[in-house]
Design a protein around this ligand. Structure first.
Ligand code: SF4
Length: 428
């Protein structure tokens, strides 16, 4: 099933497979989309708008905002006026916030079966969304799956959870809740729905999404909830997302970090590019991890190259930054632009052709200049990405770039020997 969110101003983002949820008509499956959520207060309009626009500029396809209070939904109209990306209102506990968000023109509503489960209230939201053509995400979370407000119900659910019966398992409980909740939507003949079931660890997340992908036709929004800071959350989230996406499970996802949501967008896009599920925008940077052969400050160079190229290169250009001649030539052949370093110098290749041999201090500027020049030539139709011209013959590792520590240590070469560049113009 496929749902669509957005409008003429934001553009439409489609989510899901080849059948429209609204009328059952066949359509083209949509690419997997990247979502994130603002970290600031929605009622702080200027900051919220700035954050949304920053996330959109970073590549977010969809941005969700929290709407806990009336002042948050009251801000949505102005926020929608000033942004150009589909906005989802995240609603918990108060179904009235969903009605207000729909009235404000929001593009999708997220409801949590764990805290809005009154059938009349859900029906009111369904009817409002139907009238405006707005989809709803039904999102269950590990943290809110057990009832908290109704004491009697809570005891019943805890009993089920801790029982030895099959439905006592947390994942089974989440699926049961999803089934019960979706029944309300089906009874109301409303199918403009996507679903999510988020847990805190990767293995359980993979298990629950495999199960619900077999059981439900609705598009799936993937995510690991409360994954933690980026340093640890990235592994947790990407382990789950990549396993599922590689199996063809999942139509949209959010990587959740306890940090600036810009990283959720950056890492989400990188994941899709790495899996070949979306066409890359900007540079595909390859860099060696460095080892005892390194003779330049490669870590600093790679970071500088990454940041500078992100500012200037829009084409999916493959750029390799390699520490020495061991893997440098091979990577340079496969890249559009490459540098491999040696003894405080770097040899730069463009489309497999050697164009420069420069001192370490000049590597960054020359590499950037070559990338920009190649981008200009591609845009002028003079060449194209992946157009390799020549095979690269590695230079003599001890002669030209120097990394023969063993030979130096063995007295075969004097350490103080000045660098000689055979067959190359050192000024080039
Ligand atoms: S390219 Fe050279 S410096 Fe980099 S990791 Fe490989 S062998 Fe080490």
């Amino acid at each position: 099933m496929q749902i669509a969110i957005g409008d003429d101003r934001t553009g439409i983002v489609r989510i899901g497979g080849g059948i429209l949820a609204t009328d059952g008509a066949p359509t083209t499956p949509a690419p997997v989309s990247v979502q994130t959520m603002t970290a600031g207060y929605t009622h702080d309009i200027d900051r919220c708008v700035a954050e949304i626009n920053r996330l959109r500029a970073a590549g977010a396809d969809i941005v969700r905002v929290a709407t806990p209070e009336r002042k948050d939904t009251a801000a949505l109209g102005e926020i929608l006026n000033q942004t150009r990306v589909p906005i989802v209102a995240d609603v918990h506990f108060h179904f009235e916030r969903a009605l207000e968000a729909v009235e404000a023109g929001v593009h999708k509503i997220r409801l949590n079966p764990g805290n809005i489960d009154d059938r009349d209230q859900v029906n009111a939201v369904i009817d409002a969304c139907r009238e405006r053509g707005i989809p709803i995400r039904v999102g269950v979370n590990e943290g809110s799956i057990i009832e908290r407000r109704d004491k009697k119900k809570r005891l019943e659910e805890l009993g089920r959870f801790f029982s030895d019966k099959k439905d006592g398992h947390l994942i089974a409980l989440m699926i049961t809740k999803l089934e019960e909740y979706l029944e309300i939507f089906r009874d109301r003949d409303f199918h403009d729905v996507c679903i999510s079931a988020k847990l805190m660890d990767a293995a359980s997340t993979i298990e629950v999404y495999r199960a619900i992908s077999e059981r439900f036709d609705e598009p799936l929004h993937l995510g690991v909830t409360h994954a933690g800071p980026r340093e640890t959350g990235a592994i947790r989230s990407i382990a789950a997302m990549s396993a599922l996406l590689a199996e063809g499970i999942g139509d949209t996802f959010r990587i959740s970090y306890a940090s600036d949501p810009i990283h959720e967008v950056e890492d989400g896009l990188e994941l899709l590019w790495s899996l070949g599920l979306r066409e890359r925008k900007g540079v595909d940077l390859i860099a060696c991890p460095t080892c005892g052969r390194i003779q330049v400050d490669l870590f600093a160079l790679v970071q500088d190259v990454r940041l500078k190229l992100a500012e200037t290169i829009e084409l999916p250009m493959k750029v390799a930054v390699m520490g020495c001649v061991v893997n440098g030539p091979g990577e340079a052949e496969g890249a559009d632009v490459a540098v491999f370093a040696g003894d405080r110098r770097g040899i730069i290749y463009v489309q497999g052709e050697r164009v420069a041999n420069v001192p370490e201090a000049e590597i960054l500027d020359r590499l950037l200049a070559e990338c920009v020049r190649l981008q200009d030539r591609i845009r002028a139709g003079e060449t194209k990405l992946g157009d390799k011209r020549v095979e690269i013959i590695p230079p003599d590792p001890i002669g030209e770039l120097g990394s023969g520590f063993e030979r130096i240590a063995g007295g075969q070469v004097e350490r103080s020997t000045p660098l000689t560049i055979s067959g190359a113009d050192p000024q080039s």
